[in-house]
Design a binder for this molecule. Structure first.
Ligand SMILES: O=C(O)c1cc(=O)[nH]c(=O)n1[C@@H]1O[C@H](COP(=O)(O)O)[C@@H](O)[C@H]1O
Length: 238
């Protein structure tokens, strides 16, 4: 709920569930000292702010992953609504541009130290060079990620969502304080699923990730708390 949280778990569990009941069933097995929770478009569209408040009441900090992308006035108002909800992190699309991102950052200033971290999505990990060409971008995905990360930093945002494989380059380009939130994390024993570019939790943190977004390796485990604890003890101290 705060940019300066004393206990700062690196693991963000992606609550990719269709509705509140299965989400809470899982959450009630987890430990808020060891993870935060990500609520995305499907779950939020079904269950809304009430669910976010329910998670917070259980002691969890929430990353509201709604990837806002609209005109500056609309997007900054949405980000302020997320801040009113008391979420720990909120995100927008960097391709919304400088004016949009700056408006969002400025709109959060009155929230002071209680403001959420404001993060931008660069190029979705589902997009390759052909997909970018289809929307008129002829640079490589890597070059486009770097360009959008630079724009994000120049607008005063806190960091970006990226693949852990991009983390060393982005940390070198943007500096240690610029936060990198990385999905596509798989412990050695976990199924890759549909993720293409994966890294283990330890390798991702060593590569420069600040927070690891992890879904199925925890949510679909036969013992989700044991899966969380195994990853937590692997990465603690890194
Ligand atoms: O924004 C995201 O969280 C995200 C961005 C991206 O480029 N790739 C990606 O996988 N994600 C999310 O990260 C989570 C990964 O879940 P698992 O593959 O089950 O670990 C899902 O909630 C995805 O929607």
């Amino acid at each position: 709920m705060n940019v300066q949280t004393a206990n700062d778990p690196k693991i963000i569990v992606a609550l990719d569930f269709p509705s509140q009941n299965p989400a809470l069933e899982l959450v009630d097995k987890l430990d808020p000292a060891k993870c935060r929770l990500k609520v995305g478009k499907e779950l939020f569209t079904r269950s809304g702010p009430q669910l976010v408040e329910g998670l917070q009441k259980r002691g969890f900090e929430v990353f509201l992953d709604l990837k806002f992308h609209d005109i500056p006035n609309t997007t900054s108002a949405a980000v302020a609504a997320a801040a009113d909800l008391g979420v720990w992190m909120v995100n927008v699309h960097a391709s919304g541009g400088e004016k949009m991102m700056t408006a969002c950052r400025e709109r959060l200033e009155p929230f002071g130290a209680d403001r959420p971290l404001l993060i931008a999505v660069t190029v979705l990990t589902s997009m390759n060079a052909d997909d970018l060409a289809g929307i008129g971008i002829t640079d490589s995905p890597e070059a486009q990620v770097s360009r959008l990360a630079t724009l994000t930093k120049n607008c005063g945002l806190d960091g970006v969502v990226c693949s852990a494989q991009e983390a060393p380059k982005l940390k070198a380009e943007q500096g240690a304080d610029f936060k990198l939130i990385t999905p596509g994390i798989r412990p050695l024993t976990a199924d890759k699923g549909d993720q293409q570019r994966i890294m283990t939790p330890t390798d991702a943190l060593k590569a420069g990730s600040d927070y690891l977004v992890i879904g199925r390796p925890i949510t679909q485990a036969s013992d989700p708390l044991a899966a969380l604890e195994a990853i937590h003890s692997e990465v603690i101290g890194l």
